[in-house]
Write a protein of this length. Structure first.
Length: 251
């Protein structure tokens, strides 16, 4: 008797998802980077269990939007929940297909071995920012939030000359590790394990911002059923720990 194909992590649960599949498809995915590390761990398990092949383009929010506007074709889109909703309204993503994958707060990092600044309170963070020589942030949801936060903290003009924004698709960790930015902000999932960066911690609770990252089926998807199976796989309860160890909360 043949044994069912199953992954080490997801076991029988993954097998049940795929027993009805009779052929393999190639699933084309366009994704922003907040969920990348967890996704990269889960997708090979999905491919092994299902027989499907997954081809993924990881990029920044601005570039992802440009790719869709230019008519590039994909089956599944992974972005922030508000961005998925915008693409649903624009007719590029199937209504009702949004599935929330995980959420992430904004984290703080400095160059490896550098002294860790005090970010324990909002006032301490404010003093740290005023003292910093350079401050890195992204073009994605965390960067948009931080620009607004600097204004609300009343220091936007004072630190304006220190700000260094990474281009779309470039991790803030890269300019922290290189020394171009003394301190930097990005999603915890993108910053907390970045090589050459010491993760200081999340923003203080009273000013923290959580972003939900979601998936949606592209309106012109060629392999919609297979894409739905992928989403089901990476949102299965037993996959939650993969997101948690990257600093994200599932769902």
């Amino acid at each position: 008797m043949r044994k069912p194909i199953a992954t080490t992590t997801l076991g029988a649960a993954s097998f049940l998802i795929f027993t009805a599949m009779v052929h393999a498809d190639e699933i084309r995915v366009l994704s922003t980077q907040a969920t990348e590390e967890a996704y990269r761990e889960l997708v090979p398990q999905f491919e092994k269990a299902s027989g499907h092949k997954v081809t993924t383009v990881f990029t920044g929010t601005l570039d992802a939007n440009k790719r869709l506007a230019a008519g590039e074709t994909y089956d599944l889109l992974i972005m922030s929940a508000p961005s998925i909703d915008e693409h649903i309204k624009a007719g590029k993503v199937v209504p009702g297909s949004r599935v929330d994958l995980a959420k992430s707060g904004v984290g703080v990092g400095v160059k490896a071995s550098a002294a860790k600044p005090d970010i324990s309170t909002t006032e301490a963070l404010k003093k740290t920012l005023l003292a910093a020589k350079s401050i890195g942030y992204s073009t994605g949801p965390s960067g948009v939030y931080m620009v607004g936060l600097f204004q609300r903290m009343g220091i936007a003009e004072e630190i304006k000359h220190k700000l260094k924004q990474t281009p779309t698709g470039v991790f803030v960790g890269s300019i922290i590790a290189s020394g171009e930015a003394e301190i930097g902000f990005q999603q915890v999932s993108e910053l907390s394990h970045f090589a050459g960066v010491d993760y200081v911690g999340p923003l203080p609770a009273d000013i923290q911002q959580f972003t939900t990252f979601s998936s949606g089926i592209i309106a012109a998807a060629k392999t919609a059923d297979a894409a739905k199976a992928l989403v089901k796989f990476i949102t299965a309860p037993v996959a939650a720990d993969v997101f948690k160890k990257r600093g994200m909360e599932p769902g």
